[in-house]
Design a protein around this ligand. Structure first.
Ligand SMILES: N[C@@H](CCC(=O)N[C@@H](CS)C(=O)NCC(=O)O)C(=O)O
Length: 282
């Protein structure tokens, strides 16, 4: 019996968009994700690119709003978009705040009660999901890239920087680039990891990049200048850029004039990100 439940499927640019649910052992809960398979996957296995979404998102926001499928179909790349947290786990405060619990897993492995029983999004994204995808779908094992938006941009950066041999490429849209230095991050890390801030470094892209793990490959980041969360000092891309400069990490940080934080911004530059990843995945 398949480990996956297919909830919906749509033909798209000669390939297909499918929505699945499965029982996650990392999160000890059901998890959902979407898969775009390009037409090339009907002939032979294709590389795969994981997209991590931001606060309040499910697997659907990026899948519906980014327009990623046109370019992915042309380049022959599969796209996987997981949900941003487990849901309906029974943790009482799970749905109280938009920036903690449901829709706000922050791609960490929680160590603190009550979260640690289910909120293991780092292990889910880095280990369990790729194993499942590479077993169940026509993708090339190990030929993986990762990107994301906002909280998911943070997730993509930390997953890549911590696992440079696991991912061939990374990029981000408006990432939370220094998690332990912003209000969102201090709240989430305090609840998920506890008060010892030395443990927070393992989930902070600006701290991780100083370890020089990704030096042989470039990082692409796009950031809108009219992004409300940039103004609120939640994203802090300049701190990440300074750390990259200090250690000699190649970074293309593009400030895009007049763009906000929305998926209209993501859709405007999705083509460039797919082409960035294709250089390393194909
Ligand atoms: N609800 C939050 C913001 C949530 C938010 O903007 N989420 C972004 C990611 S950080 C998003 O992609 N939202 C869903 C969408 O635009 O489809 C607020 O009002 O401050």
């Amino acid at each position: 019996m398949s480990k996956l439940t297919l909830n919906a499927q749509h033909r798209c640019f000669g390939g297909s968009v499918s929505y699945y649910q499965h029982s996650s052992s990392a999160c000890n809960a059901p998890m959902r994700f979407s898969v775009f398979l390009p037409p090339q996957a009907n002939i032979s296995p294709v590389p795969v690119l994981y997209f991590l979404s931001g606060l309040t998102c499910s697997e659907d926001n990026f899948t519906v709003k980014s327009g990623v499928q046109r370019e992915a179909a042309e380049l022959g790349i599969a796209i996987i978009a997981p949900d941003t947290s487990p849901r309906q786990t029974g943790i009482p405060e799970e749905d109280t705040d938009y920036d903690l619990g449901s829709g706000a897993g922050f791609y960490v492995d929680a160590t603190q009660s009550p979260w640690q029983a289910h909120y293991q999004m780092y292990s889910y994204v880095v280990e369990e999901l790729p194993q499942l995808i590479e077993t169940e779908f026509p993708v090339i094992a190990g030929r993986r890239g990762i990107f994301g938006h906002s909280m998911g941009g943070h997730g993509a950066l930390i997953c890549a920087l911590r696992n440079p041999h696991h991912y061939l490429s990374v990029s981000a849209f408006a990432p939370i680039a220094a998690l332990k230095q912003c209000v969102w991050g201090r709240k989430a890390l305090g609840h998920y990891l506890g008060s010892d801030q030395t443990l927070w470094n393992a989930y902070d892209a600006t701290e991780l990049v100083k370890q020089k793990t990704w030096l042989d490959k470039p990082i692409l980041i796009d950031q809108g200048t009219e992004d409300q969360f940039l103004r609120q000092q939640q994203l802090l891309p300049d701190r990440f850029a300074e750390a990259c400069e200090t250690v000699g990490q190649s970074l293309t940080l593009r400030y895009q004039d007049g763009y906000d934080h929305s998926y209209f911004f993501v859709a405007s530059f999705i083509r460039d990100h797919l082409q960035h990843h294709a250089q390393f995945l194909q």
